[in-house]
Design a protein around this ligand. Sequence first.
Ligand SMILES: [Zn+2]
Length: 420
Amino acid sequence: MSAYLFRNVDVWDAIEDEPYPGEVLVEGNRITAVAKNAHIDNQNGAEVIDGGGRFLMPGLVEGHCHLSFVNPARNQDLGEIPPEEHLLRTMRNATLLLNHGFTSAYSAASAKLRIDVVVRQEIEDGYLAGPRYRAAGPEITVTGGLGDERKNHGSFEGFGMIADGVTQIRQAVRLCAREGVDNVKFNVSGDEFTSNIRAELVSISQEELTIGVQTAHDFGKRVATHARAAESVKRAVRAGADCIYHCDFADEEALDMLEAAKDRIIIGPAFGLVHNSVFEGDVVGMTKEVVERMGLPRKLEHTMATYHEMRKRGMRVVVGGDYGFTVTPMGQNARDIGHFVKFFGYSPAEALKCATEVGGDIMGHKGELGIIREGALADILLVDGNPLDDQSILVGPKHFAMIMKDGAMHRDPRQRTTLH
Ligand SMILES: [Zn+2]
């Protein structure tokens, strides 16, 4: 069993707001001791690592991840890319994300049914370097909903799994379960990024969603929903969804319903895609006019107001920004931590907890992942600089002196090399 004793580090444990000078002992894949302003006896001869006064924190958790979104120019590219290329590029994304300090990722949908599942298995079996991964199936949607890219005059593949009526919805969920997903995803509202149905409209019926969630729970799967419209948020809460993404247009009633269910529901804004489209869309041809026509600046205003409210109401919110599109290249995922501070009014410590401690919860390891405490899983970063002062240092691999996942060194501070 490997064992490491970290000395001379500033420990930020994701429990308290401020870091403290301390020491951390890792044995096997667990943290077995944390000392605050004190020393740990090295009785068992753990390898001692001098942290050089660096910031020691939990590994980051990407709470709205699409490893199989391999920078498509158009949504339908995700359906049309052949499975062989698609799988290889998804594997590359997995390693890239780990190199960028994300030791866990919760999938918010796979572009093809089995890609997430096989990539997760390859990581778990130790053949592929990647984050802990909760695999999803494709976004389950109805005819005309977000993810239905078909055209009446020809065959176009989308990234969604289309199912209409309770019978087909049940079957779609069971298919995802049979193929081994951990999470089932439903598109409840439309979106600005599809021409079919706007973000403020609802596609799936309450009956379909309720049956879908129930079926997923019967199979022991967690359920996430794409829900931008106020009514879509309400349907997701009523149906018993575990995770509700976006919620941009949540009205007072929707917010009250979420607050009443805050112990069982996790929220995620997936803000990066909206942010980059509005402020940086030019680089991919999304001019100001295009962005305006899509209604994105208006949506951004709504998202900001909604998440100020989420914070006030003490909702559990994860960081994750729909990275993997051309406008949101995979690897920049940590930018969303800074967005929480700048756009949603979170303190740096609160934002960092969303990317660590709350993330541990969505991964199914509440209180033992995304946190530095005795007994927790050993996913640990050593960072040059203090991300509470400047969140941008967490973007890109260069400030990570160490990346440890499950007690194993992915990046060893004693053999520091450049990761991409
Ligand atoms: Zn997404």
